[in-house]
Design a protein around this ligand. Structure first.
Ligand SMILES: *[C@@H]1O[C@H](CO)[C@@H](O)[C@H](O)[C@H]1NC(C)=O
Ligand SMILES: *[C@@H]1O[C@H](CO)[C@@H](O)[C@H](O)[C@H]1NC(C)=O
Ligand SMILES: *[C@@H]1O[C@H](CO)[C@@H](O)[C@H](O)[C@H]1NC(C)=O
Ligand SMILES: *[C@@H]1O[C@H](CO)[C@@H](O)[C@H](O)[C@H]1NC(C)=O
Ligand SMILES: *[C@@H]1O[C@H](CO)[C@@H](O)[C@H](O)[C@H]1NC(C)=O
Ligand SMILES: *[C@@H]1O[C@H](CO)[C@@H](O)[C@H](O)[C@H]1NC(C)=O
Ligand SMILES: *[C@@H]1O[C@H](CO)[C@@H](O)[C@H](O)[C@H]1NC(C)=O
Ligand SMILES: *[C@@H]1O[C@H](CO)[C@@H](O)[C@H](O)[C@H]1NC(C)=O
Ligand SMILES: *[C@@H]1O[C@H](CO)[C@@H](O)[C@H](O)[C@H]1NC(C)=O
Length: 643
C-alpha cells in the first residue's frame, strides 16, 4: 500500500450509486505511516458530485480540510475548493480521523485535483499534500443548471387581508410587532446596560430558556435601531420623537462602550455582548465585520435627521461621530475607519457560520463607506472622508466577482463550498440589498442580477419545505413560498438536525420587502427594461405580462402595470405566508416548522419583528401612503420597567 500511496498509482473501483456506474480511485485505505499528517484516501467525480475521503492526524480540535482543484474551464479560483467534514475517528487511540466530502460541483466541473490542505487552526499549523491528479467524470452526465419551474400561482395586486393585518390599529400585527420589538430594547432585565437590544426573549431570564439568545448582538441591535431611526425620522409628535431620540443616543453610547471593551478578541468585528454590554468571550464565529458597518449606517441616518430637526452639531460630534476627541462616547468615526481598513479581511457571515468574503458583508460595508464619506465631510473631517471614499471605490470594484454567470446568481460568498452549501444560494443576498443598498444604482432592488438571484433563492425552497405545497389560505388567497436562510440549512432553532432547517419569518418578510421595493424603484425609474438575466424573474413573478428581452416598458403602459401587479401580488403573498404561520397572539419567533408550520426556535426574536415593520414600511411606500410610518411612530411605545 505504501508504494501505491507514494506513486499515486491509484486503484480504480467501479461501483454504482443511484444506478450510475461510478469509478472511485483509491490512493490508500489505511492511515499513513510515513510521517505525514494528511493523506487523500479516495476520490470520484460521478454524475456531477465530487466524493473524497481523507486521513487527517488529530493534532488539535479545530481543523479545516480543503481540497483544491482545477475547474472545467481549466481555472483555479476561490470557488474551486471543497471542504471536508469530520466523519469518524480511526483506531482506538484517536490519533487519526477520517474526513469526507460529497459535494455537487457540476456547475464548475473539475479536471484536476491540485492539493489537499489541512489547517490545524488551534496550533496555527498547515499541512499540505500535493496531488496534481487528473479527474475523469464517470457515471451519468453531470446535470446542467435547471430552469425555473412554471409558477404555481399568479397573485396580482395588493390584498385587503394584508392591508388589515398591517394596519395602524391597536392589535394589528403591525402594532403588535412594534410594541413587542420595543419590549426587547432596553429590556427589563436587572443589569442590562442602557441602549442594548436583547436578540430574543429566550434565555435564562425568560419563560423559554432554549435557545439562549439573551445577548446583545451587534448586528441585530443595529438593524433594530435602524427601525427606531425610521420611526424617529417619521414622527411628528414631540413626545414620541423624544422617546426614539433618547433610545438612539443611548444606543450610540452602548456601541462606544463595546468598542472600548478591554477584552475584544477580534477588534470591532466582535459580534456578541452580554446585556450588561461586556464582551462575550466564549468560543464563537468571530469576527463578523458587518456589525461596525450597520451600526455606523444607523447612527449616521439618525444624526442626519437629528441635525435636520434642529439638533446641534456639537452634540452629534460628541455623542455620535468624533471618536478621536470623544472615544468613550462617539462610535461612528471609529467604526467607519475600521470598515475602511478591514473590508478585505474575510469574516463570519450574518448567520455566524462561515468565514469567507460575503456579499452581505461587502454590501453593508459599501453603504457605510459611501454614506460615511459624505457624512465625514459634513462633520468637517476631510481626511476621514478621503479614506472612506477611497475604500468605497476599491470595495465597489470587487462586487462584480460575486456574479456567477453559470449559476445565474450573486454568490452569497466568494469562496469554497463551506458546510455543504453547494447551491451558493442564500437569502443573505437579498438582505444585503435591503440593508446595504446605498441608493446610488449599485446593486439596487431592480438590478438584473439581484432579481435573478432573488428568483433562484426563492424557488430553491419549494422542494425543500413540505409546507411549500400549501399554496393558499382558507380564503383561497395565494401563499408565497416559505423562505429560509438557504436550502442546505440544518439548524432547526435549537440545534442541528439532518433536513432540519426551517423557513424563517424574517427571510420570508425580506422577499416581500424586495418585491415592494423593486416595485417602488421601477416607478421611480419610469420604466422596466428586460434583459436575458432578469427575464426569468418576470416569467415567474409576472407571467401575465409576457415581457420580452431587449424591450423597455414605460411606466403606466399595460405591460408595465401587469408586471408591477405581479410584484405587488407576490409581495403580499410572501407577507401572507408570514401571516399564515404567525400564532394568533401575534408573537414571532425565529422560524416555523418545515413540516407543520408551527413556530419554533428563539421566542420573540427582535429581528423578526423588525423585519415585519420594514416590509410594511416598504409596502406603504410603494402604495404611496406617505403618513403610514408617521402614524405608527406617533403612537409612541410603552417603556419597560425593571421589576
Ligand atoms: C507520505 O505519503 C504522502 C502520500 O500519502 C506523501 O504526500 C508524502 O510526501 C509522504 N511523506 C513522506 C515524508 O514521505
Ligand atoms: C458519494 O457520497 C455519498 C454520500 O456519502 C454517497 O451516497 C454516494 O454513494 C457516494 N458516491 C460514490 C460514487 O461513492
Ligand atoms: C493549493 O492549491 C491552491 C490553488 O492552486 C493554491 O492557492 C495553494 O497555494 C496550494 N497550497 C499549497 C500549500 O500548495
Ligand atoms: C482518466 O482518463 C485518462 C484519459 O482518458 C486515462 O488515461 C486515465 O487512465 C483515466 N484515469 C482514471 C483514474 O480512470
Ligand atoms: C456581565 O454579565 C455577565 C453575564 O451575566 C457576567 O458574567 C459578567 O460578570 C458581567 N460583567 C460585569 C462587568 O458586570
Ligand atoms: C483590521 O485591519 C488591521 C490593519 O489592517 C488588521 O491588523 C486587523 O487584523 C484587522 N482586523 C480584522 C478583525 O479583520
Ligand atoms: C404536503 O406535504 C405534506 C408533508 O409531506 C403532506 O402531509 C400533505 O398531505 C401535503 N399536502 C398537499 C396539499 O399536497
Ligand atoms: C445573456 O446574454 C449574454 C450575451 O449573449 C450571455 O453572455 C449570458 O450568458 C446570458 N445570460 C443569461 C443568464 O442567460
Ligand atoms: C402566543 O402564542 C404562542 C403559540 O400559541 C405561545 O407559545 C405563546 O406563549 C403566546 N405568547 C403570549 C405572550 O401569549
Amino acid at each position: 500500500m505504501r508504494n501505491i500511496i507514494a506513486a499515486f498509482a491509484g486503484l480504480v473501483f467501479a461501483g454504482t450509486a443511484y444506478g450510475q456506474t461510478c469509478q472511485t480511485t483509491t490512493l490508500t485505505s489505511s492511515v499513513p505511516t510515513n510521517g505525514t499528517e494528511v493523506a487523500l484516501g479516495s476520490y470520484s467525480y460521478c454524475g456531477g458530485t465530487l466524493n473524497a475521503t481523507a486521513y487527517i492526524a488529530n493534532l488539535d480540535y479545530n481543523k479545516v480540510v480543503s481540497l483544491y482543484y482545477t475547474n472545467a474551464q481549466g481555472q483555479s479560483t476561490p470557488l474551486s475548493v471543497v471542504t471536508f467534514g469530520y466523519s469518524s475517528s480511526i483506531g482506538t487511540d484517536g490519533s487519526w480521523e477520517l474526513w469526507t466530502t460529497s459535494t455537487p460541483i457540476y456547475i464548475d466541473g473539475i479536471t484536476r485535483l491540485l492539493n489537499l490542505t489541512f489547517q490545524a487552526t488551534d496550533i496555527g499549523q498547515t499541512y499540505t499534500q500535493t496531488l496534481n491528479l487528473p479527474v475523469n467524470a464517470t457515471g451519468a452526465a453531470a446535470p446542467t443548471l435547471a430552469s425555473p419551474p412554471a409558477p404555481y400561482a399568479t397573485p396580482r395586486g395588493f390584498g385587503d387581508d394584508i392591508t388589515t393585518w398591517l394596519s395602524i390599529n391597536i392589535g394589528s400585527e403591525l402594532e403588535t410587532a412594534f410594541q413587542k420589538m420595543f419590549v426587547n430594547i432596553n429590556p427589563a432585565i436587572t443589569g442590562a446596560a442602557q441602549g442594548v437590544v436583547v436578540a430574543a426573549r429566550s434565555g435564562p431570564s425568560y419563560v423559554n430558556l432554549d435557545p439562549d439568545y439573551e445577548y446583545n448582538w451587534v448586528r441585530d441591535a443595529s438593524l433594530t435601531m435602524d427601525v427606531v431611526q425610521m420611526l424617529y425620522s417619521a414622527s411628528t409628535k414631540v413626545k414620541a420623537q423624544k422617546q426614539y431620540e433618547d433610545v438612539l443616543f443611548q444606543y450610540a453610547g452602548a456601541r462606544a462602550t463595546e468598542q472600548n471593551d478591554p477584552n475584544l478578541q477580534t477588534g470591532l468585528g466582535e459580534p456578541k455582548f452580554y446585556l450588561n454590554n461586556t464582551i462575550f468571550s466564549g468560543p464563537w464565529g468571530r469576527p463578523q465585520n458587518d456589525g461596525p458597518a450597520t451600526s455606523a449606517i444607523t447612527l449616521m441616518e439618525f444624526a442626519n435627521d437629528y441635525l435636520a430637526n434642529g439638533g446641534s452639531m456639537d452634540t452629534v460630534k460628541q455623542k455620535i461621530y468624533d471618536s478621536t476627541a470623544f472615544p468613550s462616547a462617539a462610535p461612528v468615526q471609529k467604526d467607519l475607519l475600521f470598515v475602511a481598513s478591514n473590508w478585505t479581511s474575510p469574516s463570519f457571515d450574518l448567520w455566524e457560520e462561515e468565514e469567507s468574503d460575503h456579499f452581505y458583508t461587502r454590501m453593508v460595508q459599501r453603504r457605510a463607506l459611501v454614506m460615511g464619506a459624505a457624512f465625514a465631510t459634513k462633520m468637517g473631517d476631510s481626511s476621514t472622508s478621503a479614506t472612506l471614499s477611497a475604500a468605497a471605490s476599491a470595495l465597489s470594484a470587487t462586487l462584480s466577482q460575486f456574479w456567477d454567470p453559470n449559476r445565474h446568481i450573486l454568490l452569497y460568498e466568494y469562496g469554497p463550498v463551506l458546510h455543504g452549501k453547494s447551491s451558493y444560494l442564500d437569502i443573505a443576498v437579498v438582505l444585503g440589498v435591503i440593508h446595504g443598498y446605498a441608493g446610488d444604482g449599485v446593486y439596487g432592488f431592480t438590478n438584473d442580477e439581484v432579481l435573478s438571484s432573488a428568483l433562484r433563492i426563492a424557488i430553491s425552497f419549494i422542494n425543500v419545505y413540505p409546507i411549500a405545497n400549501k399554496t393558499s389560505d382558507s380564503s383561497g388567497n395565494v401563499l408565497g413560498i416559505p423562505i429560509g436562510r438557504y436550502p442546505e440549512d440544518v439548524y432547526n432553532g435549537y440545534g442541528t438536525v439532518d433536513n432540519g432547517g426551517n423557513p424563517w419569518y424574517l427571510c420570508t418578510a425580506a422577499m416581500a420587502q424586495l418585491m415592494y421595493s423593486a416595485s417602488t424603484e421601477f416607478a421611480d425609474a419610469g420604466s422596466i427594461s428586460i434583459s436575458n438575466v432578469s427575464k426569468p424573474f418576470f416569467d415567474y413573478f409576472a407571467p401575465a405580462a409576457k415581457l420580452q428581452v431587449g424591450q423597455n416598458y414605460a411606466y403606466g403602459s399595460q405591460k408595465y402595470n401587469q408586471a408591477i401587479n405581479g410584484l405587488n401580488g407576490w409581495g403580499d403573498a410572501f407577507m401572507r405566508t408570514v401571516k399564515y404561520y404567525t400564532p394568533s397572539n401575534g408573537t414571532l419567533s425565529e422560524e416555523f416548522n418545515r413540516n407543520t408550520g408551527v413556530a419554533q426556535g428563539a421566542a420573540d426574536l427582535t429581528w423578526s419583528y423588525a423585519s415585519v415593520l420594514t416590509a410594511a414600511f416598504a409596502r406603504a411606500e410603494t402604495r404611496g401612503q406617505k403618513s403610514y410610518v408617521k402614524n405608527l411612530a406617533n403612537l409612541g411605545f410603552q417603556a419597560n420597567t425593571v421589576s
